[in-house]
Design a binder for this molecule. Structure first.
Ligand SMILES: *Cc1c(COP(=O)(O)O)cnc(C)c1O
Length: 360
């Protein structure tokens, strides 16, 4: 098979070793005589696989003991509702940074459920910069302070996080989880969909400090209640089995490839290749404040929309997929997630150089 070069933003590239491992085990899971996707999620081979997945996750991200870790369904999007439903209790206010599509959606859901203070909104500049984390302070009666660590569509990423003291910091890390070390202790909650950097779509990871549960609204329906999910380790109802299996294999692949430090180094190298082309001439333009450029999702522009369309078309003819910017922002975007091989980034860099030579 001629494997395509995959710069899609999500679902996105998986390590070829993981796909092959899934292929080899999809019918007969590790010699058990049935597939893991046809077995009960209660006990037996699923729980063994799940426990191993959770412990590798803990190990890679160095998650302290006083945090729960589990997976839910519903995507990162369900968390936009679950977070305020649990923590935005009466008399409190939630602090939100509006930094692009994903934090805006989270904020707008919270506004339907309670009092929200928007402490940063960069709409006027099209969400191309972030606040200095040192300048960020939660409101007096803040329930939590919320941000999106990496805006997948705008290509902008927090490099450091605010110190929020006793107020829980909550972050959506859907698209940069395990691309860099994170001091989990700074956060009350970290969550995200797995389909960008961790595995096949379906599961959402939840990392939550246990004492967060004491702050929650006690009057919740079953699925909305984090305390129930924490108690059941995410197995209150049927988990997204296939997705979690893929995540387990991706986590093991990360472990074999230098862990989170290895991913961090690669992200610097890979994104550096593309940003150096973008910065090398006026043919290319990055709309994002240099200090906050994402290493996972590189958003860039060409002198005209016609050239951008040509770029996407010619790249696609070369087997390079997913380079069109999100329909809401236009332009071009290359997603360089953990699983994207270094060679595929070199290929993109070479293609860009050649495109510039012919059209610049
Ligand atoms: C993709 C994405 C989401 C939405 O994820 P779903 O799993 O589709 O709900 C939320 N936040 C960020 C940062 C994303 O990249």
């Amino acid at each position: 098979m001629m494997r395509k070069k995959n710069y899609f933003a999500g679902p996105s590239v998986l390590p070829i070793e993981v796909l092959e491992e899934m292929r080899d085990n999809i019918v007969d899971y590790e010699g058990n005589g049935l597939s893991i996707i046809e077995a009960s999620h209660r006990g037996g081979m699923f729980e063994e696989m799940y426990d191993s997945c959770l412990s590798t996750f803990r190990e890679l991200l160095n998650i302290p003991e006083d945090y729960d870790v589990y997976f839910l369904g519903g995507g990162a999007t369900l968390q936009f509702t679950m977070i305020p439903t649990n923590f935005l209790v009466k008399g409190k206010v939630a602090d939100y940074a509006k930094t692009g599509t994903w934090s805006n959606k989270a904020c707008s859901d919270a506004q339907k459920l309670g009092d929200v203070n928007v402490f940063f909104d960069n709409k006027a500049e099209n969400y191309t910069t972030l606040p200095d984390p040192k300048s960020v302070k939660p409101s007096d009666n803040s329930a939590y302070l919320y941000l999106c660590a990496n805006e997948t569509i705008g290509g902008i990423e927090w490099k450091d996080f605010p110190d929020t003291g006793d107020v829980p910091l909550i972050a959506d890390m859907s698209s940069d989880i395990l691309s860099r070390p994170v001091d989990v202790k700074k956060f009350g909650m970290i969550y995200g969909g797995v389909q960008k950097n961790l595995g096949p779509a379906g599961a959402t990871f939840i990392i939550m400090r246990k004492d967060m549960l004491e702050r929650r609204n006690p009057n919740l329906t079953a699925y909305m209640d984090y305390a129930l999910h924490a108690k059941e380790k995410g197995l209150y109802n049927t988990p997204p089995v296939f997705s979690i299996w893929g995540v387990k294999l991706v986590l093991e692949w990360i472990k074999r490839n230098g862990g989170v430090e290895g991913m961090d180094k690669n992200a610097d190298l890979k994104s550096g290749l593309i940003y150096s082309v973008i910065d090398s001439s006026d043919f290319w333009r990055s709309p994002v404040d240099k200090r906050y450029r994402s290493r996972m999702n590189i958003v860039f522009r060409l002198p005209s929309e016609e050239l951008e369309a040509k770029f996407v078309k010619e790249a696609s003819a070369e087997g390079m997929l997913g380079l069109k910017g999100h329909r809401s922002v236009g332009g071009l975007r290359a997603s360089l997630y953990n699983a994207l091989p270094y060679e595929d980034v070199v290929a993109l860099k070479d293609f860009m150089k050649e495109f510039e030579r012919k059209n610049g």
